[in-house]
Design a binder for this molecule. Structure first.
Ligand code: ATP
Ligand code: MG
Length: 447
């Protein structure tokens, strides 16, 4: 501790190699009224209590690039406890890196204390990945720790200036993503930065600085060492960014798709699968850009569906009956995925429901269709069927039938039913594994 303090005091006397340039409104172009009032209030309150406080990171970058930010982060010289005491509706979260969530109406502003530079005391794993550090520092140190130059911008809503430590404003204007420091070293510290580079470049239409791009292909495998829950978070951000198609193409170009997501390996190599996934991503992108809600479960269900299909087919060929073959295939695909990317349990449950309902669309005789339209997850499963039909994997006639059946009158529905045909399945469904609430009526003998 004393060593650290001395080092910091010592460093304070040196000229900082990264003195900030103060950029005025005519160059950064952020009008105060565009900025979230909640984020402004947080800064003003902190400043009023004598602390430095700035809007920082992606929100500043997005404003300068002319995009409306999704959320706002604030960086401050106040400690988490000091921040917490200033805001009634706030809470300290996180153990590794404590930050404070300040709630203002529907908005949550994430407030973090300036963090110190890494040093010899920083705990790293065998590959150089940073595991733990939680030391407060100066704003300069905080800026140095951020990943890309355009993410190290600090907007002061009171002075209306942007502090730019690494020429990030210029990089936004030149549409070039540049790393702070040596890209290889920064990827080693945190391999997720490779995914962030791809995501941000897709979102903002940036070119990667050659030094940012070049090491990715050879360092991609370092992502294996990152906890799978974190990879999932980052992939989710990427897929729900509104620029997923572009991002997936870039992942492939940069050699980041292999092994990272088994689904990316597969979809980009199977013609039918690729068409299906691209249709799903295109519709997700369109929804995100139109500010409509999107469902991560639906998206992951589409991304992995062709893996399930292939596995299901193989099991049926081996002589397993269709239904248990499907359930085994679902588990196999999800387990394999979980090694790299931890899909949360709730999402896994939803994905399984969507998949498990697919074969039931084929049952168009007797009572089965009536039971189907009572399913709580019908809407998602039906949207999924539409995508399958659009990509040519399911008959369009089947999708059209369900489109009509759902809205048809009682009489019309009765006319639409197909004649009961095929051998009755004996005892199917009894005591079988259920997938969830939506699945209770599945494959009963009457189906
Ligand atoms: P988005 O628009 O998706 O929110 P973002 O850049 O704001 O993009 P966040 O994950 O919200 O991404 O991170 C906020 C800020 O924290 C970043 O702008 C960057 O300054 C810093 N940051 C985030 N992740 C890292 C990382 N892995 N390494 C270094 N700095 C990071
Ligand atoms: Mg952000």
């Amino acid at each position: 501790m004393i060593r650290k303090l001395l080092r910091r005091v010592f460093r304070r006397g040196e000229p900082s190699p990264h003195r900030a340039e103060s950029i005025s409104v005519d160059r950064h172009g952020i009008r105060r009224e565009q900025v979230s009032p909640a984020a402004r209030r947080v800064c003003e309150t902190l400043q009023g209590a004598g602390h430095k406080a700035y809007i920082v990171g992606g929100a500043v970058r997005d404003h300068i690039a002319g995009i409306v930010p999704k959320d706002y982060d604030v960086a401050t010289g106040a400690t988490p406890e000091q921040v917490h005491r200033l805001f009634r509706r706030s809470r300290i979260i996180g153990r590794r890196f404590q930050i404070v969530h300040v709630m203002f109406g529907p908005e949550t502003i994430e407030v973090s204390t300036f963090r110190a530079a890494h040093d010899a005391d920083t705990v790293k794993d065998a590959h150089g990945r940073v595991l733990r550090d939680n030391v407060w520092g100066s704003i300069e140190e905080d800026a140095d720790r951020r990943d890309f130059t355009m993410n190290a911008l600090y907007y002061d809503p009171t002075a209306q200036t942007v502090l730019d430590f690494h020429r990030g404003v210029q990089d936004i204007q030149r549409k070039t993503l540049r790393m702070i420091g040596d890209p290889r070293a920064r990827y080693r510290e945190d391999p997720v930065r490779m995914l962030r580079a791809v995501r941000l470049s897709a979102k903002l239409g940036l070119r990667l600085d050659p030094q940012v791009q070049a090491p990715i292909r050879e360092m991609a495998e370092l992502i294996d060492n990152v906890p799978s829950a974190r990879v999932f978070d980052e992939m989710l951000k990427l897929l729900l960014s509104g620029h997923a198609i572009e991002a997936v193409h870039r992942l492939r170009e940069d050699g980041l798709h292999h092994g990272l997501l088994p689904l990316l390996d597969v979809i980009l190599e199977q013609p039918l699968g690729e068409k299906f996934v691209m249709a799903a991503l295109a519709s997700t992108d369109a929804r995100v850009r139109a500010d409509k809600p999107v469902s991560p479960s639906f998206l992951f269900a589409t991304l992995l569906w062709h893996e399930v299909l292939a596995d299901w087919e193989a099991r049926k060929k081996d002589g397993l009956p269709s239904q248990p073959a499907l359930f085994e295939a679902m588990d196999e695909v999800l387990d394999k995925q979980a090694e790299k990317l931890a899909i949360t349990r709730r999402i896994v449950g939803d994905i399984k429901e969507i998949w498990a309902l697919q074969p039931r669309f084929e049952k168009r005789a007797g009572k089965a269709p009536y039971r189907m339209i009572e399913q709580p997850r019908l809407r998602a499963a039906y949207d999924f069927l539409l995508l399958r039909a659009e990509s040519g994997e399911a008959p369009m006639e089947l999708a059209d039938w369900w489109t009509e059946f759902q809205d048809a009158s009682h009489e019309r529905r009765a006319e639409m039913l197909l004649p009961d045909s095929g051998p009755k399945k004996r005892g199917r469904g009894r005591g079988r594994k259920k997938v969830g609430a939506g699945e209770t009526a599945a494959a009963t003998p009457a189906d």
